[in-house]
Design a binder for this molecule. Structure first.
Ligand SMILES: C[S@@+](CC[C@H](N)C(=O)[O-])C[C@H]1O[C@@H](n2cnc3c(N)ncnc32)[C@H](O)[C@@H]1O
Length: 194
């Protein structure tokens, strides 16, 4: 029921769509409140990306933060996740500002520059983190920011440090480690001149 893939730091599993219901439910707002987690980074009018959006808990939250002049690109490799996300987005009346995009495991397939990227509980599922961060660096340009949040249940602090070292080798450095429940996190910015 769970598909496995390997990346540079060990064995990884892609979160199955039905597993997502165990953590992405109405109670989640109590521990992962989107304005609280993202309010300092996501502002009205921005174009932002929810990478590995799953069922869209944060895509919907970001759509409210960017307002009707902004846009959320909600990216996942599983069509089933995107289907559930789109249903929720329609119910929330936010379909006009969320663009769903199905990607490949090693190719995001988006060239458009973005102001902010969220990768919530997904980086440990990525098969080639080098390729991944190189693509994201291009999307962020010189002034974009990216928030990585990894689940303590699957990812140790040392695992996150390895990921941050890969990001740094691709031109993205961490500047802050915000406290987010059940998670290790880091805010990344492009390294000037890279
Ligand atoms: C644990 S879920 C988290 C979903 C969502 N970010 C949240 O916090 O509710 C991880 C998601 O990342 C997606 N994913 C895994 N590898 C990916 C990749 N290489 N590119 C895009 N999405 C990916 C999975 O399909 C799954 O929907």
């Amino acid at each position: 029921m769970v598909s496995r893939s390997l990346n540079s730091s060990g064995t990884h599993r892609i979160c199955n769509w039905w597993i997502a219901y165990t953590f992405d439910n109405p109670l989640r707002r109590l521990i992962h409140n989107p304005p609280k987690v993202l309010g300092s980074y996501v502002k009205a009018g921005m174009t932002v990306m929810d990478l590995g959006c799953g069922m869209g808990h944060f895509s919907i939250g970001m759509a409210r933060l960017v307002g009707n002049t902004g846009r959320v690109i909600a990216v996942d490799l599983q069509q089933k996740m995107l289907d559930v996300m789109e249903r929720r987005v329609r119910r929330a009346g936010l379909a006009d500002r969320i663009l769903p995009h199905r990607c490949q495991a090693e190719d995001i397939g988006i060239m458009e520059p973005v102001d902010f990227i969220l990768a919530f509980w997904m980086v440990h599922e990525v098969p080639d983190q080098n390729k991944f961060f190189n693509q994201l660096k291009l999307l962020l340009g010189a002034a974009g920011r990216m928030l990585i949040v990894e689940p303590k249940m699957h990812v140790t602090a040392a695992d996150l440090e390895r990921t941050l070292a890969i990001a740094q080798s691709c031109g993205l450095q961490w500047i802050e480690k915000p406290a987010i429940r059940l998670s290790h996190s880091a805010l990344l910015v492009p390294i000037a001149g890279t």
